[in-house]
Design a protein around this ligand. Structure first.
Ligand code: WQD
Length: 338
């Protein structure tokens, strides 16, 4: 069975391609390489022994999208990762985010609409919840006004898919709301490759640990949390990748309860920034150089998942601990920069 993966050279996309190939799927990657490298193809092949088919083009080019789907009418599923995802950048360049994240989604759904049946997995984010009123966060938690254009594109994206599925029963879709993906494949052949200065905590920690960054700034220690630093749900990227394959198979086997479903994908455990630092120090044996600075605007105090829906309905549960995920991130950092 053939599966199309947009953004398949990216951090979560590449790990998902590996898990798809491990389950025997033929994978076709579409990526414009704007935030990823073709070198990732070699890493995937080293792990699975199979070189994914790769087509480089920009999903903003509607004709190219149409021609691509013409060539791959036999695909049984589409997993859509390709999107811009830098929260700060989205505030400065909202139109880039609306064009790229929304425009391309519409083009893809227009192609799925033409098929007799389509299975679609959408990369969404816990950012749609904003600061949830109750923790852990369930899928029924209210969607709050987005804190950034990036977050808004995820909210709008989900609404577009929901409205499309309502009148196109031949399209079955699942939105996976990721919490905080971290870590790298245990083979150390693929991992996170942030361009420039990392916005996210864990790559900044590992780059500080390896000496690429002087010091980690901890954004605030006066949150109403046990140690004052903000709390997140850090999930190993391989656990997250496996969730995509399980979700796709739910649709292929028609085990879905509705033709648009949403699942939180996290560990169900919250960890503070200081806890992540302590965990990194313990798995790396390194003392991390950090300082407390002012809060980052737009950050929520705490976000961690109620994973019972994914556990019970999807039959998926995260396996890795925070230590294991950080150890894999550190292994990868040492290989890439060491
Ligand atoms: C985690 C915690 C920071 C960097 C974002 C997006 C989300 C998803 C994941 C794409 C926060 C603190 C961070 C640093 C710090 N992205 N921090 N110093 O903001 O929870 O989520 O990335 O899908 O949609 O919103 O992740 O890793 O940036 O921050 O203290 O240098 O670490 O304040 O509490 P975040 P993050």
């Amino acid at each position: 069975m053939k599966v199309i993966v947009t953004g398949g050279l990216g951090f979560i996309g590449s790990h998902t391609v590996v898990e798809l190939q491990n389950k025997g799927y033929e994978v076709v990657i579409v990526d414009n390489c704007s935030n990823s490298s073709k070198e990732v193809l070699k890493g995937i092949e080293k792990i699975t022994g199979i070189a994914p088919v790769f087509e480089e083009f920009d999903l903003r080019e509607k004709v190219k999208v149409q021609e691509f789907f013409e060539r791959h009418q036999d695909a049984s599923g589409l997993i859509h990762f390709a999107a811009s995802k830098a929260v700060g950048e989205s505030v400065k360049e909202p139109l880039l985010y609306y064009e790229n994240n929304i425009g391309t989604l519409v083009y893809l759904l227009q192609e799925l609409k033409k098929k007799e049946s389509a299975n679609f997995i959408f990369s969404s984010s816990c950012t749609v919840y904003g600061q949830a009123d109750e923790l852990p966060i369930t899928e029924n938690a209210p969607i709050k006004p987005a804190e950034s254009p990036y977050g808004n594109t995820k909210q709008i994206g989900e609404e577009i898919i929901r409205d499309t599925c309502k009148v196109n029963p031949q399209i079955k879709a699942i939105a996976l709301r990721y919490f905080n993906p971290i870590g790298a494949h245990p083979s150390v052949e693929i991992g996170e490759l942030p361009l420039g200065v990392p916005a996210n905590l864990v790559p900044f920690i590992t780059q500080t640990g390896i000496g690429l960054r002087e010091q980690l700034s901890v954004f605030g220690n006066d949150y109403p949390t046990p140690d004052g630093t903000a709390v997140r749900d850090y999930i190993h990227v391989v656990d997250l990748a496996k969730a995509h394959v399980i979700a796709l198979e739910r649709l292929i086997k028609q085990n879905n309860k509705d033709n648009y479903e949403v699942f939180n994908i996290g560990t169900g455990t919250g960890s503070s920034v200081l806890e992540v630092i302590r965990s990194f120090e313990s798995v790396s044996g390194k003392k991390l150089n950090y300082k407390i600075v002012a809060k980052r605007s737009g950050d929520v105090t705490a976000a961690y998942a109620d994973t019972s829906k994914a556990n019970n309905d999807l039959g998926w549960k995260s396996q890795s601990t925070l230590d294991e995920a950080l150890a894999s991130a550190w292994e990868w950092e040492q290989k890439v920069r060491g």
